[in-house]
Design a protein around this ligand. Structure first.
Ligand code: FAD
Ligand code: NAP
Length: 314
């Protein structure tokens, strides 16, 4: 017979939202069970120095910050499991979650599943992933294949700027391809990028194909200028795609109310449409999307969950 684990609070996700929710529910004596998913520590583990998380005047390495958050929550009794939730049933009580084939039941659930990188959808992109196409400069930028080679970064947000700046340590030149003629990134990041002599912006342009599938490695991209319609080829050894993220909420479809883009719609604080199921972080936030706001929502969700459970007991 399959084992069924019964928990008071299950937290799905182990980014800043998940670990902050774990810290607060652990300190409320609710022994939270954190399912880390495929990316323990969440998105920040893919970046280098985080400069805007309060309390670290010199900045803090993203991986280290997340390890510290985990340790802090575990100190008060939070337990982590390297599981990914495959299915949920929020129509029954206790709620049921299928985690790597096993069932976990919970009186309350906090969804903190964050968001994952978006794909371009250009021919060649998927076939050349890990062969020169990547979504994480911090993870892959130092690979020998990219050293002293021309590289391209696609996107105009903070992520693209950060990727481009990081890659200046390795590439010979970094072409930043953006579909408009102004960056979306914050002023400080835009200024750093535009004043870096190794970064060459290519405005109003999109990548329409990644070469060369036949050679089984990246050799260049086809570009289209959206204003003139002109097409050109740009040689490069690496394509770093940083065009934003989509929320990891597919498994909740049909049970939890979401907007057209899949972001969970909050009700009454951090509650969802299902009483006892709460949400926090980038899975419901398409506006701020910062570690500190995700952590703040994790705190709020934990307090809301604690009050919900206390009211059930009365
Ligand atoms: P995430 O950190 O995305 O964590 C989501 C968690 O959910 C992961 O642990 C994942 O494994 C888990 N999960 C997903 N699906 C499942 C499932 N089915 N079952 C179980 N678990 C699941 N913000 C800043 O404030 N400062 C910065 O300097 C900064 N730098 C960034 C650099 C980069 C390259 C990127 C991509 C983002 C950066 N951000 C930064 C944004 C920041 O990382 C996010 O806002 C923050 O991580 C969101 O936290 P979260 O907890 O909501 O989600
Ligand atoms: P983002 O802000 O949504 O930016 C995505 C960029 O990709 C935009 O410039 C967008 O163009 C472009 N884009 C989207 N789809 C595209 C497509 N199909 N083809 C070509 N270009 C496309 O995403 P992000 O940069 O990942 O940032 C996400 C959040 O994390 C933000 O809130 C950001 O502040 C935060 N973050 C912060 C830091 C930091 O503080 N250091 C670092 C990284 C991320 P348009 O501009 O035309 O829409």
């Amino acid at each position: 017979m399959l084992r069924v684990l019964m928990k008071k609070v299950v937290i799905i996700g182990s980014g800043p939202a998940g670990w902050t929710a774990a810290l607060y529910t652990a300190r409320a004596n609710l022994q939270p069970f954190v399912l880390t998913g495929g990316q323990p520590g969440g998105l920040l583990t893919t970046t280098s120095i985080v400069e805007n998380y309060p309390g670290f005047p010199e900045g803090v390495d993203g991986y280290e910050l997340m390890t510290r958050m985990q340790k802090q929550a575990e100190r008060f009794g939070a337990k982590a499991s390297f599981g990914s939730v495959e299915k949920v049933d929020f129509s029954r009580r206790p709620f049921a979650l299928v985690v790597d084939g096993e069932t976990v039941e919970a009186d309350a659930v906090i969804i903190a599943t964050g968001a994952s990188h978006r794909h371009l959808g250009a021919p060649g992109e998927d076939l050349l992933e890990t062969k020169g196409v990547t979504y994480c400069a911090t993870c892959d930028g130092a690979l020998p294949v990219f050293r002293n080679q021309p590289l391209i970064v696609i996107g105009g947000g903070d992520s693209a700027c950060e990727e481009a700046l990081y890659l200046t340590r390795f590439g010979s030149v970094i072409h930043l391809i953006h579909r408009r003629d102004a960056l979306r990134a914050s002023k400080i990041m835009s200024d750093r990028v535009l004043s870096n002599p190794k970064i060459k912006p290519v405005w109003d342009s999109v990548v329409t194909e990644v070469f060369d599938v036949k050679q089984d490695k990246v050799t260049g991209v086809k570009l289209k200028n959206l204003k003139t319609g002109a097409e050109s080829v740009l040689d490069c050894a690496g394509v770093f795609i940083a065009i934003g993220h989509a929320p990891n909420t597919g498994i909740f479809k049909g049970q939890i109310e979401m907007d057209a883009n899949g972001y969970i719609i909050p009700k009454n604080g951090t509650m969802t449409n299902v009483p006892g199921v709460f949400m926090a972080g980038d899975c419901s936030d398409h506006v701020y999307r910062q570690a500190i706001t995700a952590a703040g929502m994790g705190c709020a969700a934990a307090i809301d969950a604690e009050r919900f459970l206390a009211a059930q007991d009365r």
